[in-house]
Design a protein around this ligand. Structure first.
Ligand SMILES: [Zn+2]
Length: 486
């Protein structure tokens, strides 16, 4: 395939903020409730109902903007974005248009060629729409649609990137890093499958000969894809589709397309509105949003440690580079690691166990580090039992499996399974002596120079102790006992 085009991708990410109440009314902001049980005249768009801005939503949005290195504006304002859709009771959405909360941020992605900053054009606050539940598999076949307005008025931030990504993989890296950064702020559930994080991808192909503005390139918006993987697949398909059209000399139409998960293709939904089709105008029912300097400073002071800082910290503590990324990417995993290391400070051993056996059991049981099944103190206790020689590595794996199955502490499991290694020298020396007595021919072979004969004797001792003696100790004691017999 000839490659006369540069892929240009920009992402718009909507993130639902985890506030107690909605953006402009006191209704609870909860997911998964019975339809239309959290609504009021304000979020139903009744005439005369007046919005009041939720202070917590502004705080969470501000923290997101600070974490993404944006300039937070002390003056911003709200605007009405008009469009008609059944999930939008007022027939307009309160959003921020020409004076958003924050601008000029960045997300640093780590590509194979090294780190690269992707610009963030803006972050603004807006309200969510309600939800349509279609009766049938998909909109096209639906026999009816039910409107649930519990989500109407839930606070959102929209994070608009610069069109600076050039491959589906870069888009995936951007989303992953964005979610990681936001997860440390604890401002949202960030669940794509529940819609608390949603992504629209703008994709264009720039002919290499084109020197005009990127904004003038016809671009296609892929809407509401439900996973990072599908964002990547949707973009991949869109690149192929646009390239084929361009090579046939067909113009790309500016439009909104959906993504068909089963087919792995995008399909046309509607021609895309331009900003002026929305007839934005300043929201007359809300005063401008003016941030107090002291309040803003206070928000800055409350910022938690962010992934970039944690990566440096972990590397300094001796965690291997490949493990650093895995640990930091999942905030709950990182918290669990930190908790375990605080009790049992062998960074290498904790990391190895956590990222291998521990994670494997957890994934197999469908658990997550928010609710992991085996606690950090129990894992630390298990590792301490390896260190003091009570358990071999192999035994510890068995104990861990049982801990996941029963929820018991390692001490309890070790007792129940009768597992611990025999480290009592005298007890083992006694068994070793018995084995030596019982196998004079093998001992003679060993004394005659057959090293392999010793392995047989070690095996006999291990059998007699049901595998609970430390092999290196058995080995040493055998040599000692045989030497004293000569
Ligand atoms: Zn309400």
């Amino acid at each position: 395939m000839s490659d006369n085009y540069e892929v240009v991708i920009g992402l718009e990410v909507h993130v639902e903020l985890k506030t107690a109440s909605k953006l402009f009314c006191g209704c609870a902001n909860l997911f998964g409730q019975d339809p239309n049980t959290h609504t009021c005249p304000v979020c139903l768009g009744m005439p005369g109902a007046l919005p009041v801005l939720n202070r917590d939503a502004v705080a969470l949005a501000t923290r997101a903007a600070l974490a993404l290195s944006c300039t937070v504006h002390s003056f911003s304002k709200f605007d009405r974005k008009q469009y008609f859709y059944p999930d939008l009771p007022k027939a307009y959405q309160i959003s921020q248009y020409d004076q958003p909360l924050a601008t000029h941020g960045q997300v640093t992605i780590r590509t194979e060629a090294g780190p690269r900053a992707i610009g963030i054009e803006r972050i603004h606050l807006e309200e969510d729409a309600g939800k349509l539940n279609h009766i049938g598999q998909r909109l096209g076949d639906a026999t009816g649609s039910l409107v649930d307005l519990n989500r109407a008025g839930v606070p959102l931030i929209e994070i608009v990137s610069q069109p600076e990504m050039h491959s589906p993989e870069e888009a995936r890296l951007y989303l992953t890093e964005l979610r990681t950064v936001l997860s440390y702020l604890d401002i949202s559930d960030l669940r794509m499958e529940e819609g608390s994080m949603r992504c629209d991808a703008n994709v264009s192909l720039r002919p290499l000969s084109y020197t005009g503005s990127l904004a003038d390139l016809p671009r296609v918006e892929i809407k509401n894809v439900n996973s990072f993987r599908n964002v990547q697949r949707g973009i991949e398909h869109e690149i192929i589709r646009q390239r084929e059209l361009l090579e046939q000399g067909i113009r790309i139409v500016k439009e909104t397309r959906g993504f068909d998960d089963a087919a792995g293709t995008t399909y046309s939904q509607r021609s895309k509105e331009a900003a002026n089709d929305y007839r934005y105008f300043p929201e007359p029912d809300l005063p401008p949003l003016v941030l107090d300097a002291v309040w803003l400073e206070d928000q800055k002071n409350q910022m938690p440690s962010l992934p970039e800082e944690l990566r440096h910290q972990l590397a300094a503590e001796g965690v291997l580079p490949r493990d650093v990324d895995v640990l930091v990417q999942d905030r709950a995993l990182y918290g669990f690691w930190r908790q375990t290391v605080a009790i049992y400070p062998d960074v290498k051993l904790v990391t190895n166990w956590l990222l291998s056996d521990y994670s494997r059991h957890m994934n197999a049981k469908g658990l997550s580090f928010d609710n992991p099944g085996v606690s950090a103190p129990h894992l630390a206790e298990l590792l301490a039992l390896i260190e003091d020689g009570t358990l071999s590595g192999k035994m510890a794996k068995e104990v861990l499996e049982s801990m996941f199955a029963t929820g018991e502490s390692p001490q309890v499991v070790v007792k129940r399974l009768g597992l611990s290694q025999i480290t009592d020298h005298e007890a083992i020396r006694l068994i070793v002596s018995q084995i030596v007595e019982a196998n004079p021919a093998v001992v003679a072979d060993f004394l005659g120079g057959k090293e392999k004969a010793l392995a047989f004797l070690v095996g006999q001792v291990m059998k007699a102790t049901k595998g609970q003696a430390k092999p290196d100790l058995v080995n040493a004691l055998l040599r000692e006992v045989i030497a004293s017999h000569v």
